[in-house]
Design a protein around this ligand. Structure first.
Ligand SMILES: [Zn+2]
Length: 292
């Protein structure tokens, strides 16, 4: 049956005269390549198994790997945009403001920055240790393993590169873009700046501090203003003998008297008798917020 098939097959080629010399050579070549590939694979797999089972360099590498975990969940870029309806506002805008805003409203960026910094530190450490792992196989030993020394080293090197942990992301940028498009859409302007994410934690802290300061300053002002009671006001008027401390006029001159902060509350002045004085409305308004 199979003989018949083969005969028919050969006959077919003979009849069609396709099986000429060139194709025969090609067949032989392909068969040869396949054979070489197969044999090489068998040898290589056998070699691989031997190296895997005996290499202390690989064993040490795997042990080292188990001690290191890098964070791969980091993007290379984080993008933020601000669009403007007015060209002057766009021109005046500083991209650092957008950087600050993006950090302040996305605490996740600070966490990402910490991951990047941790990756850098750990990866540097890891690489240093990896570079210290040298092949420890001796020529003598490879003889006993029935493998060539050169082949062993080559396989070991390949496996070492394969097993080495890949480099995690060691930097990430915050890309800030501001754009302005003219009302009819004819002109389009944009400006862009990149900031390294590792600057985020420091910046965040600074911005938080600034906000805290602003809040505490507001509290101080509120407190200072609430200290001004009717009783205190009367005490000051009485102390100043109901006279404007600049022009000397009294209510008898048809003016209204005010109790004024010498150093204004906005400039850090407190509501205490030593910082208060009686002024008429005209003198008080002329003074406004200035410190004399
Ligand atoms: Zn006055």
């Amino acid at each position: 049956m199979s003989k018949e098939v083969i005969n028919n097959f050969c006959l077919y080629f003979k009849e069609t005269e396709i099986m000429d010399n060139a194709i025969q050579v090609l067949f032989i070549l392909i068969a040869f390549i396949l054979l070489v590939y197969l044999v090489w694979n068998i040898i290589y797999f056998r070699g691989k198994k031997i190296v895997k089972d005996t290499s202390t360099q690989l064993k040490n590498l795997l042990e080292l790997n188990s001690k290191y975990t890098f964070d791969y969940d980091i993007k290379k870029q984080y993008k933020f945009y601000e669009t403007f309806q007015s060209k002057p506002k766009f021109d005046k805008y500083e991209l650092e403001t957008l950087f600050d805003k993006s950090i302040l409203y996305n605490y996740g960026l600070v966490i990402v920055a910490e991951k990047v910094l941790k990756n850098r530190k750990l990866y540097e450490e890891y690489q240093k240790k990896v570079s210290n792992l040298k092949s420890e196989i001796l020529k003598e030993e490879t003889k006993n393993l029935h493998i060539s020394y050169k082949g062993y080293i080559k396989i070991e090197k390949n496996l070492f590169l394969k097993y080495k942990l890949s480099q995690p992301i060691l930097n990430s940028d915050i890309i800030c873009t501001a754009t302005y498009t003219s009302p009819k859409g004819r002109n389009h302007y944009s400006k862009k700046a990149a900031y390294s994410i590792v600057e985020a934690p420091k910046r965040y802290e600074l911005l938080q501090k600034r906000i805290e300061q602003q809040n505490s300053e507001e509290m101080r002002r509120k407190h200072a203003r609430s200290q001004m009671t009717d009783k205190l006001r009367y005490t000051i008027l009485k102390r100043d003998k109901f006279k404007c401390q600049i022009c000397g006029r009294t209510v008898d001159d048809g003016i209204k008297l005010h109790v004024d902060h010498i150093i204004p509350v906005s400039k850090g002045g407190e509501t205490v008798p030593s910082n208060l004085r009686t002024l008429c409305q005209a003198c008080n308004l002329g003074k406004s917020d200035e410190i004399e």
